[in-house]
Design a protein around this ligand. Sequence first.
Ligand code: 4AD
Ligand code: MG
Length: 430
Amino acid sequence: MAVVYIEDVARYAGQEVTIRGWLRHRRESGKLHFLIIRDGTGDLQAVVSRGSVGEEQFSVSARLTQESSVMVTGRLRQDSRAPGGYELEVSRIEPIQIAEPFPIQPKEHGVGFLMEHRHLWLRSSRQHAILRIRHEIIRACRNFFDQRGFVLIDAPIFTPNACEGTTTLFRTQYFDETAYLTQSGQLYSEAAAAAFGKVYCFGPTFRAEKSKTRRHLMEFWMVEPEVAFAELPDMMDLAEEFLVYIVERVLSARRAELATLERDVGKLERVKRPFPRITYEEAVSFLRRKGNPIQHGDDFGGDEETLLSNEFDRPVIVHRYPTALKAFYMQNDPVKPELALCMDVLAPEGYGEIIGGGQRIHEYDKLLARIREHKLPEDAFRWYLDLRRFGSVPHAGFGMGIERVVAWICGLDHVRETIPFPRLLYKLYP
Ligand code: 4AD
Ligand code: MG
């Protein structure tokens, strides 16, 4: 007899099969038990009838508690009323382990409680839907770059360099030296771009962000393309194409999960090229017209990003921020040297920044001066400066935070549900 996954049951209609999974829920109605079994690939209703299984098996079914692991065997019957369109007429039940009372009940729990039980919370249909969409987004990222001839070059996690400022570094001991957990693979991707032309890295990155917001994690995953001979407008085009591709992939492959989350897919369907492109200065003027107290030269915080990203029905590209607000490596605009050739892409519906990037300084002297201005340790950056000594070319890239994109596409109000085991401010468990 076939042991099958629930996602494949349509191929076995009318046949006897065995399903291995966990009991999500049981409902009793006289001489019938309705079991909802989940196996990770889907949910299936299994009907246990006292008349057909006999007294002994019926009492086994009665003992199954929520989340007990079990093998059930029976005939698969097509039934349009059953969730998923099929139902299992049970002939045999074999419990594997009878679960202790499960802490998460089908009722409202506080977020603190659910986060403490994240290892069990993953089994809920909502978390299941979110994490399958996350997987789809990651698959789309890889496909997008792979199909366009980008080479995947992994960046290290231990590094001597601060890429995105010294205030959010996680410091650690590396034998006799101090090392940091990487904030971004960018500096290494720049080296790789000079070797392979167009590359991307994709891995976990770390920021000791001492602020509690719905957008910040201490550990998050970033995908970062870097392209030799590319300039800022090329990155705007690439980012636009990339985001449209990701949204399309999720819409075509994960409709059921979006429905589980009650996501308004109409809003995602509007994510088409071209995206609006505005300068930092235009963004500031817009914010001031909306009554926001921002001054020219100020950075955007959560409120400003929310206001901006609510204004458009698709992602908006904000470019040319003041150099003073941005990382040391940013190339400046030859026309207005006080502005950086950089961009942020803000997701709509108030989600805010999902991509940051731009053009890099490719001149040795200018980069060295910037490293000194930012008081970064020259020694640790010697290798990075070398890239400007041996065939330096203009180049550009960007980084996209996976969790921010998952939050936006799933329509979540906080990034904590976008990653299997979130690292939040002062929270390391589970
Ligand atoms: O804008 P950021 O800091 O840019 C960089 O790290 C560049 N070195 C990337 C590059 O050009 N290769 O971060 C890029 C993106 C942000 O737009 C955001 O999506 C995400 O990373 N991000 C975070 N996501 C979750 N939690 C945090 N604490 C994040 N910080 C940045
Ligand atoms: Mg940024």
